[in-house]
Each structure stands twice: as C-alpha cells, then as structure tokens.
Design a protein around this ligand. Sequence first.
Ligand SMILES: C[S@@+](CC[C@H](N)C(=O)[O-])C[C@H]1O[C@@H](n2cnc3c(N)ncnc32)[C@H](O)[C@@H]1O
Length: 267
Amino acid sequence: MGVPEPAASAEVLLAELLGVRRSELASYPGPLSEEQAALYEGWISRRVKREPVQRILGYAYFRNLRLELDEHALIPRPDTESVVDAALEAVDRRDGSCRVLDVGTGSGTISISIAQERSSCDVHATDYSEGALWIARRNAERAGAKVRFHRADLTSGLDALEGSVELLVSNPPYVRSTDIPDLAPEVRDWDPHPALDGGPDGLDFYRRIFAGAAPLLADGADVVLEVGDEQAEEVLEIGRCAGYIPLGTHPDLAGTPRAALLRWGSS
Ligand SMILES: C[S@@+](CC[C@H](N)C(=O)[O-])C[C@H]1O[C@@H](n2cnc3c(N)ncnc32)[C@H](O)[C@@H]1O
C-alpha cells in the first residue's frame, strides 16, 4: 500500500516549508527558491518511504502547542486532545486548580497542555525514557509551562506525592504486542515501541497503573486514562476490581470512547 492521503502530506510539508497555512498555498505568489525546492524534494522522498510528516519536520502540533519530537517520543495523536478535554473537565470541577500526575508523558503532550491551559494546577509528569523526558522538559520550557518531570517506572518512587494527587491522567502503551508488526509503517517503524507495547492483551499498563497509583491518590481523585478502540469497558472493569469507581467514558472527535473515567476513594 502507498502513502495514505499523499496530497495532504505534500501540502502540509509545503505549507510548513513556506511558513504559511495550508489554505494559503494556492495564493502563494512566487516559485520556490532552489534551496527550498531541494529541501522539499528531500522531504517528499522521505515521506514516500513512509516517514511520518511530524518526524520529517521534527515537531507536531497539539492543541495550542508545537511540540518538538525525536525518536524517543511518540508522535502526539489528535485523539489525545479529547483526553486532555476530559482531564480539564475534572480540573474545572475542582475550581481550575489541583495536583495532577501525568504518567508516561512522552513529549509532554498531556502534562504541558494542562499546565498551560490551567496554570493554577501543580502538574507532575513521569516517563521511563530519559530521552522522552529531555524532549518534554524542552517543550515545557518553550511553552512557558510549569511541569515537574520525574524519571519513574510508571508511578513508582513518587513517595513525596503520597495521598495528594487529585487527578491522575495517562495515555499508556495499549497496543497488543502481537498487533505491532501489523501497524502502519508510520507507527511500527517510527514510534518507539516502549510507547506502544501494552503486553499480550494490550492492558498490562492499566493493571499496573491502577495498582501502583492508589497510594498517591487523594480521596475522591479523578482518573482519566486514554484507551484504544474497544478497550474502554475492560479498562473500567479492571479499575473496578482494583477498588476504583468506574464513572464512564469520554469520546474522541469521531465519537469513539477514548478515555476511561474513574474515581478513587469514597467521595
Ligand atoms: C502512548 S505513549 C504516550 C505519550 C504521551 N503521553 C502522548 O500522549 O503523546 C506512552 C508513554 O509511556 C512511556 N512509558 C512506557 N513504559 C513506561 C514505564 N514503565 N514507566 C513510565 N513511562 C513509561 C513511554 O516512554 C511513552 O512516552
């Protein structure tokens, strides 16, 4: 199979090269300079080999942010924007201010968005990958967002936060290990596999997060977890068995349940 939506890729790359909106391309006045033409040709030949547009550019747009990327960080997905919406609704129920923990922050997608859009929050974020944390710190600095990053295996070693996290949010790896070879080349060959691989049934990280996060959570804490297609009910059930209260789901733009919503404790 060839490049999906090739015209869209070609237009996005050209618009980024020229520093204009895609909708302005048709009215762009001049021909490309020789340097621009050579650069563009190079970008197109990379895209033909299925390198994602965001890897070619070295950055991705997510909500209000332009996030730098490298091989250590997953490309932020538009679906995750709806997970941030669900998290912000939880923040707003707490008057726009609470302690947040984003587990597996990657390029800082969720944590930086929350810190930027609700600046009264005390936002913490973890990742196991030093490389991802390095990129996330740079992205937070550039966005002027205050996030405290921790290198951690999910929620381990964060004893200082014990009993105080009011919103736990995560987009954990959730692809079944055996499905990884069948993913589109843009994902399989370019996203870091530790950011994708959710174990034999894709649900390993949910079990580990539910078990490990409990000591960090305040009574009544909200939990917002991105889920893959058709995983929401299973994730809610895993949470219920681990002592959380399942609240429901939050849809993405296509109407697919994209976040599982739960509460910890009695209130
Ligand atoms: C699906 S990616 C999500 C990245 C980012 N939150 C986003 O939405 O774009 C999962 C992230 O979890 C991180 N991760 C994987 N295993 C981890 C672990 N044991 N502890 C902490 N982070 C982990 C990966 O490095 C990756 O950044």
